[in-house]
Design a binder for this molecule. Structure first.
Ligand code: FRU
Length: 515
């Protein structure tokens, strides 16, 4: 079988985001940094561009920006799909796996058993190991290693814990339908002991999936390290469909205690604004962080899509991409610990293709065309509200259509309106106006940073406390940037548009697996 992705039909392929060459992907899996290489594994259908045949695809990078697709890492078989999970470097070979020479990499993944399996309908945790730095994998003979006889026990994130009770492996996974994160420990990755569970709490409007648990210093102070528990939720996100929430608190090696819980999760009509979201947009899901990232950085990646319409997005021959890699930190905001996120600096280090700046832009009621640029741009802008009830940018415009990224100061809200963003027809749930609470800075201004690619926009606001990620499908010639105001005026004292150096999009030799 040959697939030849004719470039003219492939207008949405991202330039600075990872996507598989010609297949489907969803959740990032097994994110790990090992011997100078970032490994990104992911839920992948090696045989098609919709969900199915779940296996772990694989890509590698030395700089987080340029990714090379590798052969499929762990393939589904007749008995099991390979669902989400994580990878650890088993430095001291606690597992006894591997070839006895190099420390093995051990993948802990969910076996989703198929009808042909004696365990049909259940999900349990299994191991695979690699002795060649993560390129080829062998499933462990003793799988599964942790079975609760549950239909919805999945998405193990394993990390090395060292603290007062000792040093051991910790797994966080979910009982998805019970809105619970379950926590286990092990000395050898094969025998697991139940420690505790967390949840339901805060948002419970959908199944809980893909948890993560990690320490972060508060305001950069190692003495004040806190633990962050993230858990993704589908549906029930802040603007409907898939989303991710986080809790901040304490982990003592046994149990996680949250200091940011608002409700016990029983109140389904609760105000979603009061919870803490990894992202307020509709296309940031299944986010997890890298194990062993250098320099103590906590780097996270999400799947840039939404289960509501993910299978229908109008891309070809691939479908779905990853978000940009985010570096996250913990800061005090109004007396409370909150996550602050920024796009990893690596995306800014390449030589920019061009930089344009403007100063003291007056925004009158209506729309002001500013520049005709390129599909891939980074926009940084400071706004000062005037009399307008709403103001902002129209990005990826063509004079008629465009995506509105705006601020309503009296409502304290950030807006992403993609109702006229281009192709919205492919699914009823896609066109939307999504909003997030947004506060102005102490000097009364708002600063936004936007990363725009061929079919997406990621917005970072309020010093990274508020992020909003959305897919958009404008025509390739929709590259106009405008300012707009409704019901009055506003100003933009500074605006900067950078065209980043685009990593080469490698599609010449698509990987095709036939069976
Ligand atoms: C989240 C998820 C996980 C599961 C995987 C299957 O998007 O549903 O819970 O492991 O996708 O592809």
């Amino acid at each position: 079988m040959t697939a030849n992705p004719a470039h003219e039909d492939d207008i949405f392929r991202p330039a600075i985001h990872y996507t598989a060459k010609n297949t489907w992907l969803n959740d990032p899996n097994g994110l790990v940094y090992h011997e100078g290489i970032y490994h990104l594994y992911y839920q992948n259908n090696p045989f098609g561009n919709v969900w199915g045949n779940m296996s772990w695809g694989h890509a590698t990078s030395v700089d987080l920006v340029n990714w090379d697709e590798q052969p499929v890492a762990i393939l589904c078989d007749a008995e099991e799909d390979i669902f989400s999970g994580s990878i650890v470097i088993d430095q001291y070979n606690t597992s006894g796996l591997g070839n006895g020479q190099a420390a093995p990499l051990v993948a802990i993944y969910t076996s989703a058993y198929k009808d042909s399996s004696a365990r049909r309908g259940t999900q349990a945790q299994s191991l695979a190991w690699s002795s060649d730095g993560g390129y080829t994998w062998t499933k462990h003979q003793g799988n599964p290693v942790l079975d609760r006889n549950s239909a919805d026990f999945r998405d193990p994130k394993v990390f090395r814990y060292s603290g007062p009770p000792g040093s051991y492996w910790v797994m966080v996974a979910v009982e998805a339908n019970e809105h619970k994160v379950v926590i286990y420990s092990s000395d050898n990755l094969r025998d697991w002991h139940y420690l505790s569970s967390f949840g339901p709490a805060n948002a419970t409007g959908g199944v809980w999936e893909c948890p993560d648990l990690f320490p972060l210093p508060l305001d950069g102070d190692e003495e004040q390290t806190k633990w962050v528990l993230t858990v993704n939720l589908n549906p029930g996100g802040p603007n409907s469909g898939s989303g991710g929430q986080y809790f901040v608190g304490r982990f003592d090696g046994v149990a996680f205690t949250s200091q940011t819980t608002v409700t016990d999760g029983s109140n389904q009509t609760a105000d979603l604004d009061t919870y803490h979201w990894l992202d307020w947009g509709r296309d940031y899901y299944a986010a997890v962080s890298f194990n062993d990232a250098p320099d103590g950085r906590r780097l996270m990646v999400g799947w840039m899509n939404n289960w509501q319409y993910g299978a229908a997005i109008p891309t070809w021959p691939w479908r779905s991409s990853m978000s940009l890699v985010r570096e996250i930190s913990l800061v005090t905001h109004q007396g409370q610990p909150r996550l602050s996120q920024r796009v990893a600096d690596e995306y800014r280090t390449g030589n920019a293709l061009s930089v344009s700046t403007w100063a003291d832009l007056a925004i009158d009621e209506g729309m002001r065309h500013l520049h005709t640029g390129a599909p891939v741009e980074i926009i940084e802008v400071i706004f000062i509200p005037g009399s307008a009830e709403e103001f902002g940018l129209i990005i990826r415009g063509n004079g008629t259509d465009g995506t509105r990224i705006g601020i309503r100061p009296s409502e304290n809200r950030l807006i992403m309106d993609r109702k006229s963003s281009g192709n919205t027809e492919f699914h009823d749930a896609f066109a939307s106006t999504d909003t997030a609470p947004l506060k102005q800075d102490s000097d009364g201004s708002y600063t936004l940073t936007l990363f725009i690619d061929h079919c997406s926009v990621e917005v970072f606001a309020q010093n990274g406390l508020v992020t909003m990620t959305g897919l958009i499908f404008p025509g390739p010639d929709s590259t106009r940037l405008s300012l707009y105001a409704k019901g009055g005026t506003a100003t933009a004292p500074c605006l900067k548009v950078t065209r980043p150096a685009e990593p080469p999009v490698r599609i010449e030799e698509p990987l095709v697996l036939s069976r």
